[in-house]
Design a protein around this ligand. Structure first.
Ligand code: HEC
Ligand code: HEC
Ligand code: HEC
Ligand code: HEC
Ligand code: HEC
Ligand code: HEC
Ligand code: HEC
Length: 418
């Protein structure tokens, strides 16, 4: 079903009013009942047959994709769900006993290392002193015997607090959190990989704050913090209660596979079938579900659509971009995130290592697609496909490059398609 194809033609079928309604809804000024809208999309799908010629704007699998908020309401495990009780978790060390190879490599991935105590940050360790000035304020991060300390001063008064968390590996950037008078704050300073220096944190005001209290950083509400930790740590919320101090740093086994105590116990006692039933193996998810699964943190198509991101800002969201490419089609196991990425391994940087993924669908020569190879052959090259068809672009706010997962023929000087 391809609702996106139908949009420009819709007024002739449903009337103008409806078309405007969808537009408004997309731009968030109007929130339709989501169940109703899913039904609408399904009905709209029926007009797909008339409009095959146009390029898809929304994924053909639109009716099978969900926002993460909707996924979290469904029964069963899903990343970022925080409702399981503490005693259902065993921690990543317990998985190591029986899955030592996976555990050894997963530990080295950016996902596993995406949040940690500041004392474990190589970035902070390799800088003796970090500072930045903004108007009358001077910011400093210094290493002391008690740990990393963040200081803001206006020359007369000073506020100092220990840093509590480093977020992000630094592959793109690293931000820092601290507590002040019982609330969580984000520091004004963020490390940027592109410039290899510390600069002002994204989304922080460019002009100096009116008071020292306000200048120290951005206060993060408990609701927002719960989300940050849900995507960057393991078991920060248990039984629905947010307790960041008890979180296991980083995205570890039980974030994706669900709490594992029952699985580990069953396997230990030789109950194989029962053991498997107690963990989620994402390999069994249907393609549309599978991409939403990684989208629980990387954002699903609906998450991006509902949050109103457009243009180059969407480059950060691989699920959204991928599902817009013609390769995605009706959803296919050969083009899910897992088809190209093993979440237990480091990201493959060698372009050639992706060729077989492309060639599982594209012919290497000849133009006639076959049933098992629905994609045409390239008329330009037979290797290093991603170098031309998945280029990297710098996003303005992060000053860092992201890979465009909207696989396509890139026209020279043409704008990046939305
Ligand atoms: C006592 C040993 C043991 C422990 C501890 C253990 N597992 Fe397993 N696990 C197994 C065995 C055995 C299998 C079945 C492997 C096979 O397919 O032959 C398995 C299978 C799995 C599967 C695939 C299930 C499927 O349906 O295909 C996942 C995912 C998994 N384990 C995750 C974990 C995680 C996460 C942890 C830690 C929370 C963990 N395991 C702890 C022994 C263990
Ligand atoms: C619980 C949240 C979460 C889930 C679920 C998740 N990711 Fe991630 N992922 C992250 C975060 C956070 C980072 C950023 C790591 C960093 O700080 O550099 C990341 C980074 C990555 C990277 C970049 C690694 C690099 O070298 O820069 C890849 C690739 C990736 N994830 C793939 C996946 C795939 C595939 C899935 C689904 C199987 C998935 N992720 C599911 C949170 C998640
Ligand atoms: C919905 C899940 C989600 C939430 C909520 C979230 N992050 Fe992330 N974060 C990610 C993923 C995925 C990445 C890696 C991909 C990317 O950079 O977009 C990431 C990357 C980062 C990075 C590395 C630099 C960068 O931008 O790539 C930092 C630092 C970071 N997040 C901090 C935070 C903080 C602080 C919060 C809360 C205020 C937060 N994140 C909330 C998922 C999330
Ligand atoms: C970011 C999500 C994510 C994290 C974190 C993660 N896994 Fe997985 N795991 C997956 C996905 C996706 C698959 C299915 C991969 C496939 O078959 O293509 C999988 C498959 C497995 C399997 C069964 C298939 C196999 O390769 O034998 C086991 C066992 C497993 N994971 C164990 C672990 C353990 C142990 C950890 C922690 C050290 C872990 N996983 C961390 C996403 C994750
Ligand atoms: C057809 C193959 C393919 C598929 C499918 C795919 N990726 Fe990628 N991905 C790549 C390539 C190629 C890179 C760039 C690797 C490098 O750094 O050279 C990449 C890079 C990334 C990065 C690192 C940040 C960046 O933008 O460079 C993240 C995160 C990521 N992918 C997540 C995902 C997620 C989540 C999905 C599923 C929605 C997905 N990918 C699907 C090929 C793929
Ligand atoms: C699941 C199968 C599948 C996979 C995997 C796949 N493609 Fe495709 N791709 C298709 C189909 C189907 C089309 C549409 C028919 C066509 O143009 O051949 C397509 C279209 C394309 C197009 C033309 C798009 C346009 O906008 O005109 C390019 C370029 C392309 N694919 C490159 C790639 C590259 C590079 C990879 C690997 C990174 C890849 N594909 C992986 C199935 C796939
Ligand atoms: C050097 C850059 C480059 C590399 C490498 C490359 N391509 Fe292409 N590809 C192009 C360009 C440019 C076009 C558009 C050609 C045209 O319009 O005549 C194209 C066209 C295509 C098309 C559309 C064909 C059609 O008939 O619509 C597909 C599919 C495709 N490439 C897939 C691939 C695959 C798969 C690989 C790897 C095996 C690959 N490309 C490697 C540059 C490249």
């Amino acid at each position: 079903m391809n609702a996106g194809l139908c949009l420009p033609k819709r007024s002739s079928i449903f009337g103008l009013e409806f078309w405007i309604g969808i537009r408004d809804w997309n731009s968030q000024s109007m929130r339709m009942n989501r169940l109703g809208s899913r039904f609408v999309w399904q009905v709209l799908g029926t007009c797909l047959l008339v409009s095959f010629a146009t390029r898809a704007q929304s994924p053909q699998t639109i009716a099978d994709q969900f926002s993460t908020a909707e996924r979290l309401k469904k029964p069963g495990w899903w990343p970022t769900k925080g409702n399981a009780p503490k005693d259902e978790y065993v921690g990543p060390a317990a998985c190591t006993r029986c899955h030592s190879d996976i555990a050894a490599s997963q530990k080295t991935t950016p996902m596993a290392r995406t949040a940690r105590p500041p004392s474990d940050s190589e970035l902070l360790r390799s800088h003796d002193k970090v500072d930045l000035s903004q108007g009358p304020y001077k910011y400093e991060m210094t290493r002391t015997a008690e740990g990393e300390v963040y200081t803001t001063t206006d020359g007369q008064q000073t506020i100092s607090e220990p840093l509590t968390w480093a977020f992000g590996t630094g592959n793109h950037g690293q931000s820092y959190l601290f507590e002040h008078q019982g609330s969580l704050y984000e520091t004004r300073l963020t490390y940027y990989q592109s410039s290899q220096t510390f600069g002002l944190t994204p989304n922080h005001p460019l002009s100096p704050a009116e008071s020292l209290e306000k200048a120290i950083g951005r206060k993060i509400s408990s609701a927002e913090a719960q989300k940050c930790f849900g995507c960057h740590t393991t078991a920060s919320s248990v039984s629905g209660v947010f307790t960041p101090s008890k979180a296991t740093p980083g995205v570890t086994c039980e974030v994706c596979h669900g709490p594992g105590a029952a699985h580990a116990a069953a396997e230990k006692n030789g109950f194989r079938d029962e053991g498997a039933a107690f963990v989620l193996n994402p390999a069994r998810l249907a393609p549309a579900d599978s991409v939403d699964f990684c989208g629980a943190c990387h954002r699903t198509w609906w998450d991006v659509n509902q949050d109103g991101f457009t243009g180059i800002a969407t480059l950060r969201f691989p699920a959204y971009r991928l599902e817009k490419s013609r390769c995605w089609g009706n959803g296919d196991a050969r083009i899910t995130c897992m088809a190209c990425h093993d979440p237990h391994q480091l990201l493959a940087k060698e372009p050639a290592s992706y060729d077989q993924r492309c060639l599982s669908c594209h012919k290497i020569s000849g133009s006639e697609p076959k049933a098992d190879h629905p994609g045409a052959a390239c008329t330009v090259s037979t290797k290093d496909c991603v170098t031309c068809h998945m280029p990297k672009y710098e996003t303005p706010e992060m000053h860092t490059k992201f890979t465009d997962h909207m696989i396509r023929v890139v026209k020279k000087d043409a704008p990046i398609p939305d």
